[in-house]
Design a protein around this ligand. Structure first.
Ligand code: F6R
Length: 359
């Protein structure tokens, strides 16, 4: 039930800190060590490459997880759109392991790949929010997100839950592989800090609604830019804005602007910049200057250690790997309020269904 909430999407955005805590409870022991099925860890440890298959928002969560698996577990990881992979299958490694990400567990594009994976005889894991779903029944292993039902068509808490659970899994695999990046990583402590910081961000609704009114009320197009993790989140942030507020939005790697996209910047074009990585913060600031000089209306989301006084939304420092769990929250809220203020049915955007069961 959505209770006092006008739309499920807002409720589900608000639930994210609790979803993080539920995952910590379920998948970590008291000492903060991951509790993962032994056979699953064994199968993962034998793999020479991880293939993450998904669609839409789940694909975007996979883009973030790729870097986390490579960093913590030192396993080469590819992320592929399930719809493309099935019919344009890349050359596979000798010992592939397939990871299916799906909130509903019913996405036909992902299922057709899993059917092939099973024919080939390779091991697979489905990470899903839906117990007993098709993808979970047909994969070798399943891990549940336990995020509670996600009713709004626009996925929010499933995205953050997928990233958090994959972080725990990557930490577990990295521990087995004796990677110091994993053994030194306090996943419980870091995700707890993230849950608290997430709460501060969902509490910024008034600020974010006023920014949505100021930047996105009437525009027909908008851009998100960022580098690294911030680029991956830019793709998800743009998808959220497109699907519920019908603003034509694109996420770009900051440096790519000058390779073409900057020609789209006009007087008043909204550009939302996400800045968390200190190695490239000054470059992204440079990109901001470039679009500002062409008239862009720039909104910034920045982590404290790289923030400047003029930034619109800021949050306390967390492990760089976990910044997507935070930067996506204001983007979800910006999309929510833009849709709300334009008078749309936020939970049921036109032309879309919650689970896409056709290829
Ligand atoms: C976007 C959205 C979709 C889904 C996609 C995959 O907000 O909800 O892009 O992420 O259809 O769905 P699942 O995760 O159920 O496989």
């Amino acid at each position: 039930e959505k209770g006092t909430y006008p739309f499920y999407m807002l409720k589900e955005i608000d639930e994210q800190p609790a979803v993080m805590r539920t995952l910590l409870q379920k998948y970590l022991d008291d000492a903060g060590k991951p509790k993962i099925e032994t056979d699953l860890l064994k199968a993962l440890n034998q793999a020479d490459r991880l293939y993450i298959l998904a669609a839409g928002t789940s694909y975007n969560a996979g883009l973030v997880a790729k870097s986390i698996f490579e960093k913590l577990a030192n396993i080469p990881t590819e992320v592929q759109l399930a719809s493309e992979f099935g019919y344009n299958t890349p050359l596979l490694s000798k010992k592939p392991f397939f990871l299916f990400l799906s909130q509903s567990g019913e996405t036909a594009d992902s299922r057709q790949v899993l059917v092939k994976v099973n024919q080939w005889g390779y091991p697979s894991l489905t990470i899903t929010n839906s117990e007993g779903s098709t993808l979970s029944r047909e994969a070798t292993y399943t891990m549940l997100l336990d995020a509670g039902p996600e009713i709004a068509v626009a996925s929010t808490k499933a995205y953050t839950a997928q990233i958090a659970l994959q972080t725990i899994l990557a930490k577990a695999l990295g521990d087995v592989r004796q990677q110091t990046t994993a053994t030194d990583f306090d996943v419980k402590g870091q995700l707890s800090i993230v849950a608290n910081e997430m709460q501060s961000l969902v509490d910024e609704k008034e600020l974010i609604n006023s920014l949505a009114k100021n930047y996105l009320a009437t525009t027909r197009n908008a851009f998100y830019i960022g580098r690294g993790y911030d680029f991956a989140v830019s793709l998800e942030a743009a998808l959220k804005l497109k699907e519920i507020s019908y603003v034509q939005a694109e996420g770009f790697a900051g440096a790519e602007l000058k390779h073409g996209t900057i020609s789209l910047i006009e007087d008043g074009t909204p550009v939302m910049a996400i800045i968390t990585d200190k190695r490239v913060a000054s470059h992204t600031r440079g990109n901001i200057q470039e679009v500002k000089a062409r008239g862009a209306h720039v909104l910034t989301i920045a982590m404290d250690s790289v923030a400047q006084p003029e930034d619109n939304i800021t949050f306390s420092d967390v492990d760089p790997m976990l910044t997507p769990l935070l930067t996506v929250v204001p983007a979800q809220l910006l999309a929510y309020y833009t849709s709300l203020n334009r008078g749309y049915d936020v939970d049921k955007p036109r032309n879309l269904a919650k689970a896409v069961t056709v290829e």
